[in-house]
Design a binder for this molecule. Structure first.
Ligand SMILES: [Zn+2]
Length: 218
């Protein structure tokens, strides 16, 4: 079973996660929005072997430290889906918009696609679920065997991702959640980009923001 640790990074307290296999000690670092050096040291302290960086989408609070961390650890950046190229290629502009320190524009080593299965050497594959809406190239990463979903800014406990950023789309977001994420088992633990953890079952039952969005998107 996969294990994970959560670190609040960037002024937006984005949930960066170190996801690892306790048997072989291989790890991936998901959404390093900031604090590259601290995350690299943390992996070392935990005696983990980082094999890749995973990005759910191209916003700076999720992807801002990806390049520095990839260089420090000599590992690849995987994801998001290609629809977020305009965000990663506009990182320096995002910094200005969000009032964050400037970050160079970049492209990941690997763009991912819907339904793709990635072998991250964690003793279980991870499946890519393309979930546009918050951003066009946003994805979730599903560890089926361990029942974990890295949901980025698509689904939160009691809330959903904002769709008022460039190329956000409320209808797409509702579809991504109701027609893709809600097909997963109720017991799946949802690890969101901000705020507390939840489960698919909880969010199906009670998510006021989603209900409101569904009404708007009709
Ligand atoms: Zn975002």
């Amino acid at each position: 079973m996969i294990k994970y640790l959560t670190y609040g990074v960037s002024p937006f307290q984005q949930n960066c996660r170190i996801v690892f296999c306790p048997d072989n000690r291989n790890a991936v670092i998901a959404d390093p929005g900031d604090s590259a050096r601290e995350l690299a040291l943390e992996a070392e302290k935990l005696k983990l072997n980082p094999v890749a960086i995973l990005l759910t989408h191209g916003h700076q609070d999720h992807a801002g430290a990806a390049q520095d961390l990839a260089r420090l650890l000599n590992i690849k950046i995987i994801g998001p889906e290609h629809g977020d190229a305009f965000l990663l290629e506009g990182m320096s502009y995002q910094g200005q918009m969000l009032g964050l320190p400037p970050v160079d524009n970049f492209a990941p080593d690997i763009w991912v696609t819907d339904g793709q299965e990635l072998d991250l050497q964690l003793n279980e594959p991870v499946k890519v679920i393309h979930t546009p809406g918050h951003t066009p190239g946003g994805v979730c990463y599903y560890f089926e065997k361990s029942g974990l979903l890295l949901s980025g800014d698509t689904l939160f406990a009691g809330s959903v991702g904002r769709t008022d950023f460039p190329r956000g789309n409320a209808r797409d977001l509702v579809q991504s959640i109701t027609e893709k994420l809600f097909l997963l088992p109720d017991s799946v633990k949802v690890l969101s980009g901000h705020g507390p953890e939840t489960t698919i079952g909880n969010e199906k039952k009670h998510n006021p923001s989603l209900a409101y969005m569904m009404h708007l998107a009709k």
